[in-house]
Design a protein around this ligand. Structure first.
Ligand code: NAD
Ligand code: DAU
Length: 354
């Protein structure tokens, strides 16, 4: 049994599905079901007795403690977070509440539970914290990629809140001996991603014939990691990661935002020719404040120590992703209702494309 937090979100849901298909041991999935959480992501597990969904907040300490005592998981895999940079600029408070205070609550309950374990159960327990490369700040064009020893320099409220959670996790290992492992990964993409993030937003806008809003000059660089590769990296870190260590996970696939959007448009021209050329919809809009210029990941530590590397190439991963969105219109219709439209209005009106 493992306990996953945030397993109804994009990466968490992919992880739960991947875990049950590979490891196969039961999962307790604790999720608050915020706007980003979607029970429909786990519809295929409706009759699977290995999946126990619990609708709760990581800040509900008594419930978390009771779940740990009841299910006695061998690991906690912590995904739950507010995850969208633009939303953190509009309202940072929720990010501190969930990402910092929520992680602290979870650490406290994990510590109490782990302290009560003995022998082999205590030795093998892990608290795996899923974090981001954004904690390292922004790179110049010729800077070396982020390694695990790059100093923290978060630039957005989101990144600062994730950095705070990383520091707490580190402190719980050093101070109390809690066997933690932290992973810092780059931009994920793939099925089930909420369409506030670049790739699904551009796919859905292009299909609807709406503008494709590229921030600033479109030359910001991200490293793109297929979500299935990320799930395999987390499994490796859980199985073989050394307590107290951090591991960077990257896709070895640096692209400018404009390259990503043009590649998407070309795929859509091929798969959905009715709207071609989709690139005519590209619209440059007001930049994100404090917009990090470049992220890049040096993932040699996880490769050398744990034998993990990305398997998916960006071109094939993006094709799979576009096909998934084309084949799952019911899912996208479901998540693009009232609250979603409200966000799109709030974020893009000021940029002139709502
Ligand atoms: P997401 O926004 O899609 O999902 C977050 C999930 O957490 C949702 O299901 C939501 O309901 C749940 N949640 C939020 N607050 C909660 C709370 N207080 N209690 C319980 N559940 C709560 O996020 P994602 O993109 O799947 O990211 C998952 C994790 O990976 C996050 O910690 C994020 O910082 C990290 N990460 C994401 C990326 C990426 O590219 N998406 C990259 C690096 C790291
Ligand atoms: O690097 C890891 C991080 O990647 C994660 O920690 C975050 O949770 C995740 O949201 C992601 O952050 P980004 O800010 O990089 O992702 P986003 O999809 O919001 O934006 C990717 C790039 O695209 C970024 O340079 C901003 C740009 N962008 C984004 C949107 C939504 C646009 O140009 N237009 C847009 O409409």
């Amino acid at each position: 049994m493992i306990l996953v937090t945030g397993g109804a979100g994009f990466i968490g849901a992919n992880f739960v599905l991947d875990w049950l298909a590979t490891e196969g041991t039961p999962v307790v999935n604790l999720d608050k079901l915020t706007y980003a959480g979607n029970a429909g992501n786990l519809e295929s597990l409706r009759n699977d007795g290995r999946h126990h969904f619990v609708h709760a907040d990581i800040n509900e300490r008594e419930r978390v403690g009771a779940l740990l005592r009841q299910h006695r998981p061998r690991a906690i895999v912590h995904f739950a977070a507010e995850s969208h940079v633009d939303r953190s600029i509009h309202g940072p408070g929720e990010f501190v509440h969930t990402n910092v205070v929520g992680t602290l609550s979870l650490l406290e309950e994990a510590r109490a539970y782990w302290s009560g374990l003995a022998g082999a159960e205590r030795d093998r327990f892990r608290f795996l914290h899923v974090s981001t490369d954004e904690v390292y700040g922004s790179l110049g064009a010729d800077d070396p990629a982020f390694s695990e020893t790059t100093p923290y320099a978060p630039n957005s409220p989101y990144a600062a809140s994730k950095a705070g959670s990383d520091h707490l996790v580190r402190a719980y290992h050093h101070t109390y001996g809690l066997p933690t492992v932290t992973t810092n990964c780059s931009n994920n993409y793939g099925p089930l991603q909420f369409p506030e993030k670049l790739i699904p937003l551009m796919i859905l806008n292009a299909l609807a014939g709406k503008p494709l809003p590229v921030y600033g000059d479109g030359k910001n660089v991200r490293d793109w990691l297929y979500v299935g590769d990320h799930c395999a990296g987390i499994r490796a870190a859980l199985a073989r990661g050394r307590p107290g260590e951090t591991y960077n996970i990257g896709g070895n696939s640096e692209k400018t935002n404009l390259e990503v959007v043009h590649t998407l448009c070309a795929l859509l021209d091929e798969l959905q020719p009715a709207g071609a050329p989709h690139a005519k919809l590209i619209t440059f809009v007001k930049d994100r404040p404090g917009h990090d210029r470049r992220y890049a990941i040096n993932a040699t530590k996880i490769r050398d120590e744990l034998g993990w590397g990305p398997q998916e190439r960006f071109e094939t991963g993006l094709r799979r992703t576009v096909r998934w969105y084309l084949d799952n219109k019911g899912w996208t219709d479901n998540v693009t209702s009232g609250a979603y439209r409200h966000w799109i209005d709030a974020n893009y009106r000021e940029r002139g494309t709502a």
